[in-house]
Ligand binder design. Sequence first.
Ligand SMILES: *Cc1c(COP(=O)(O)O)cnc(C)c1O
Length: 392
Amino acid sequence: MFPPTVSAAALAPDCGAATLTIDVGAVVENWRRLKKLGSGADCGAVVKADAYGLGAAVVAPALAAAGCRTFFVAVADEALALRPLLPADVRLYVLGGLMGALADDGAAQAYVDADIRPVLNHLGDIDRWAALAARLGRPSPAAAHIDTGMNRLGLGADELAALAAQPQRLAGVDVGLWISHLARSEEAAEPMNPAQLARFRAALAVLPRAPASLANSSGVFLGRDYHFDLLRPGAALYGINPTPGAANPMRAAVRLDARVLQVRDVDSPASVGYGAAHRIDAPTRIATIAAGYADGYFRSAGGRGIVHFNGVAAPVVGRVSMDLITVDVGGLPPGAVRPGDWAQIVGPDNPVDAAAAQAQTIGYEMLTALGRRYRRAYAPLEKASLEDGNGQ
Ligand SMILES: *Cc1c(COP(=O)(O)O)cnc(C)c1O
């Protein structure tokens, strides 16, 4: 289910192409910071998509050890893989609900057997879960999602009205949490935020009492009205800035360095890479680096991305290949970049949000696309050192 957690040290030391360093301590520190901001609310953790690419099998147990008691994944298979790695008193919710298994008690029974909880998203989910509880003769724990404007998952206004009018439909459903999800929480002044808050409050007022959760990462920064009983951050745990446009209040949790394979002097006129997409108009040097779109280095970063050599920026030129990028290092002194050196692709010089923007995407997509063939080192970032010392 999860990619193998390869310790960089366990592999042949000198022939690694790229190293992804993941700072689990920074993730835990970010969780603590968010919890502290939460006006007394508890703080859960969203670890879907393999903890946004960082490795749920490592991240989730570390957060559980730090005191996190509520986790969210997207799909049932993620929960089934993660459940054995988490303490028994931890609640593990599946945001996708019952995965459409409406005609079949067997699928619902699988949740009970594995001690995972669905987030019930529509009346069909609720009826299926209630039917299972009736058959088992005991309450079945779940969360339920109220749509307040995303129009993606959750009970719509008509379903909410039906449920409020027929609360017996929840008989046997042990609702441990009502959730809703904000569409524009990273835009603090956006009127859609208070509008969703008001709809959530109105829904809670007509539903049976249970703890409530509204705030994703950016929602935590909208203030105490948004905190309710449980915060539900994902991105901010992993170092993505939850307050775009302002300084990032989170600690970076990921660093990516890739090896320089070759450096060549290129005369002009010439071109670089597939499609001859980059024209060389004046003599320069091109460094070829061992990461490409097969590693999650997006093609859209061709001609836009930036890598750093000991703090000095160099532009990615030409198209991104499957396994390689080409970088113009003509701005660095001759000999400053040599085969075997490391290029910092994501790190202190180029934070994940900046690297994502260069690829015309967001940090969320960048992290969840991180490749499977990087050597993964779970280590504190301040102490991360690559074998030739170029890793600062
Ligand atoms: C992904 C997700 C979150 C986490 O959002 P972030 O912006 O990453 O903090 C919270 N709630 C739901 C329903 C989600 O789908």
